[in-house]
Design a protein around this ligand. Structure first.
Ligand SMILES: [Zn+2]
Ligand SMILES: [Zn+2]
Ligand SMILES: [Zn+2]
Length: 425
């Protein structure tokens, strides 16, 4: 048994929980699955999530429960718990059909684990960070539910130790010219409960108007001079050519982030952001609540004419007065993170210095070609944003695990770039 300290970004969920082995081996890092399913993506806003089994947690104070009604067929009831203040996913609970031995299970979102406080080996207790200097607290055992992503989501970038090479599916449709149907004009996005519904339009003249410093994804904050980060030549780095043969700027930049604040706002190690001008984002009224518990499939988007008659351009004050679909957490002065108050999905990151280019949580996108939405997004493979900070806010085996995950991801991204012959920028 191992006790770990967990926390969300605002610290409301901070507490100590006990990791419990299921039927795995009794030593070494805990194996956890990296789930890429529809429910996990749309309730987190991320492309994949991981949970570790725990004993009943001491406190659910400050957490909101969202029922995961279309969970795995082997379970009857499943609930995800997220922080009502900062949106961080903290726990998942489910009861299993017809197996009294397993019965009710609790899991903790792995990104919330900040420290390992003790190791209990049978009846011996060892204070410290978890034993051997180099041990990892956790390891990814399997990629699960990758089929629903169509393109593998982030799985091709995250190689598992001792695992098989994930298939490097690429969307085959990227270089086809757009056929003029609505799916080429708008990209729908929604959270799991569909309180948050919006769509993105293709880059247009308005997309070039914002000014923005470079993202840490492209110019690392830690090692770059301020005058370069500030983007003095006013490059529109969020707009990307669609493939080498098509120089039109028809896609948006997307990438992964490993900073402490993204991790603790989401509850998981890897956030995935698309950088989209605010002028290309339009909100739709929340879906009627009766439909939120049903399908796991993507409903066909209504035609654009119907959509646009209800759509609101993304202006945060107006949006909150009209549909109020978002809860905002100011994670540091002037920096805002929006999430769904009902299902806890991460939705946006933006700040007051760059109000017109918004980070959009990629897990919400409902692109026909797959979870990575490669007809819309160009993935930055040169690095993981804030990859140097992957162990920040964590100690011991939890910090090593965090650095291990992000190192693996950064390597996977670079490897694919080389194999692909694509230039990163
Ligand atoms: Zn919180
Ligand atoms: Zn899942
Ligand atoms: Zn929601």
């Amino acid at each position: 048994m191992s006790k770990v300290v967990i926390s969300c970004l605002c610290s409301a969920a901070k507490q100590t929980v006990v990791l419990s082995r299921t039927n795995e081996s009794t030593s070494g890092p805990w194996g956890v699955d990296l789930c890429h399913c529809y429910d996990c993506r749309h309730s987190s806003g991320l492309l994949c999530v991981s949970y570790a089994p725990i004993r009943v947690p001491p406190s659910l104070n400050g957490l909101v429960a969202y029922p995961d009604e279309s969970a795995q067929p082997s379970t009857t009831a499943s609930q995800r718990y997220f922080c009502s203040t900062c949106g961080c996913h903290v726990f998942r609970y489910y009861s299993t059909v017809g197996d009294e031995e397993i019965g009710k299970s609790w899991e903790v979102a792995t990104g919330t684990i900040i420290a390992q406080v003790s190791v209990v080996d049978d009846d011996k207790s060892v204070e410290g960070d978890g034993g051997e200097e180099e041990s990892l607290l956790l390891r990814y055992a399997r990629h699960v539910n990758t089929d629903s992503t169509k393109d593998g989501g982030l799985s091709p970038f995250i190689r598992l130790a001792g695992g098989t090479e994930p298939s490097k599916k690429r969307s085959q449709v990227i270089n086809q010219s757009g056929g003029g149907d609505s799916k080429d004009i708008i990209l729908e996005a929604h959270c799991r409960c569909k309180t948050v519904r919006f769509y993105i339009t293709r880059p247009d003249a308005s997309s070039r108007l914002p000014r923005s410093p470079f993202s840490d994804l492209i110019v690392p904050t830690a090692t770059s001079p301020r005058e370069i980060i500030d983007n003095p030549r006013d490059e529109k780095w969020w707009l990307r050519p669609q493939g080498r043969d098509n120089p039109d700027l028809t896609r948006y930049m997307a990438g992964t982030c490993a900073c402490r604040s993204c991790r603790l706002a989401a509850g998981f190690e890897v956030q995935a952001w698309a950088f989209v001008p605010r002028s290309n984002i339009f909100f739709l009224p929340p879906a009627a609540s009766s439909s939120s518990s049903s399908s796991s499939t993507h409903p066909p988007p209504p035609p654009p004419s119907d959509i646009s008659s209800h759509a609101l351009p993304l202006d945060f004050p107006t949006l909150q007065q009209t549909y109020s679909p978002l809860r905002t957490y100011e994670s540091s002065p002037g920096v805002f993170r929006e999430f769904c108050p009902r299902c806890g999905a991460s939705v946006f990151w933006h700040d007051r210095w760059r109000p017109d280019v918004v980070d959009v949580s990629v897990g919400l996108l409902a692109a026909d070609e797959g979870a990575r939405a490669e007809r819309w997004l160009d993935w930055w493979r040169g690095r993981v944003s804030f990859q140097e900070d992957a162990g920040d806010g964590r100690v011991g085996g939890a910090a090593r695990w965090g650095r291990n995950v992000v190192g693996t991801l950064a390597e996977g991204l670079r490897g694919w770039e080389e194999e692909d012959g694509m230039v990163g920028r």
